[in-house]
Design a protein around this ligand. Sequence first.
Ligand SMILES: *Cc1c(COP(=O)(O)O)cnc(C)c1O
Length: 404
Amino acid sequence: MNTYGRFPLELVRGRGVWVWDSNGKRYLDGVAGIAVCTLGHSSRPMRKALSRQLRRLQHVSNLYRIPEQEQLAAWISANSCADRVFFCNSGAEANEAAIKLARKHGHLVRGIDTSSERGPLILSAQASFHGRTLATVTATGQPKYHQGFEPMVQGFRYFPYNDTAAFEALLQRCEAEGPRVAAVLLEPLQGEGGVNPGDPAFFQRVRELCDQHNILLIFDEVQVGVGRSGRLWGYQKLGVEPDAFTLAKGLGGGFPIGALCVKGSADHLQPGEHASTFGGNPMACRAGLTIAEQLSRRNLPAHAEAMGQLLQQALADLASRHADIAEGARGWGLLQGLVLRPEGPSAIAVVKAAMEEGLLLVPAGPTVVRFVPPLTIQPRHIRLAVRKLERALLSCLAQTASTT
Ligand SMILES: *Cc1c(COP(=O)(O)O)cnc(C)c1O
């Protein structure tokens, strides 16, 4: 179906941070499948582990115990604030599970009555992104994604990201006639919404209020989690622990997997209340285990932090050399954005020009050019990427000059 506005580019092969198109042209991959290919393309550990797993056992069912799934859950709980994990296949599915958990929490813990028009509410941020299924697209605080799909799912309210006063006011309004709010859903850093890092003071205040009211605080770590932020989990950048968080993108390094990770105190789902046929199958969990092993062995979160500092500095320098069209750079670790001036070339125009130069990038909204490369990227690749990006900016400017 015609659901994607695709670039006319056919990628047929990848190795490390490089991909090749069907004409044999090579590209430096600053997208990595949108923050997915944690170890780059066709890495040796992934090739070895997944081909071995394919020979041993590919898929069974959650009717049975799955050792690879238990091991991956054990790794997540040993290395995060979570105690229990539910596995699914994507970010949207992980957030769907979180939304179901939130409603259960609302009924069970907060005693929110559903008989009337009242019922549990989930508060999420404007400019957020939580997925494209009906409930997760409703949670997504961007009206453009709702358009044409109304009526939206009931029980969602929105507030401006990082705005403590607005959040407090909304919470007060929602709770005016008794318990109503089941959960607050937040990205530690907004990815699709423009690479907006969370403000620790805001997140601390939200945590306090959630504690006061027994409201579940859920973080969507689908893009920022699994080492990309420069820490293993994005919440570590904020110094605030959630009650539950969701993972997907980078967790499988290119193999589809999603996860809802919860603290013991938020483990409200009973047998039969949620399920997935493919979720946590041996192949997906082997992929996750391989990513986990490599993250720890090669200390990739620290590498992402160091490479991210290099990249952000280089982007900031680039922006100051081209202050007429670029405002600066922002992000965490290897999730960085070059912020463009609204009156200059659009992010999509820059992404297209960069593609001509042999560099893959992806917009995050109309004015931010996003870098989410493999966590294995090296300084020489970053220097090369920024040189290519500078040539792309210059060619955008030349194009505007020739058309005006
Ligand atoms: C990509 C993304 C999702 C959706 O993940 P899918 O696997 O595409 O369903 C949800 N939340 C965030 C923060 C994302 O970046």
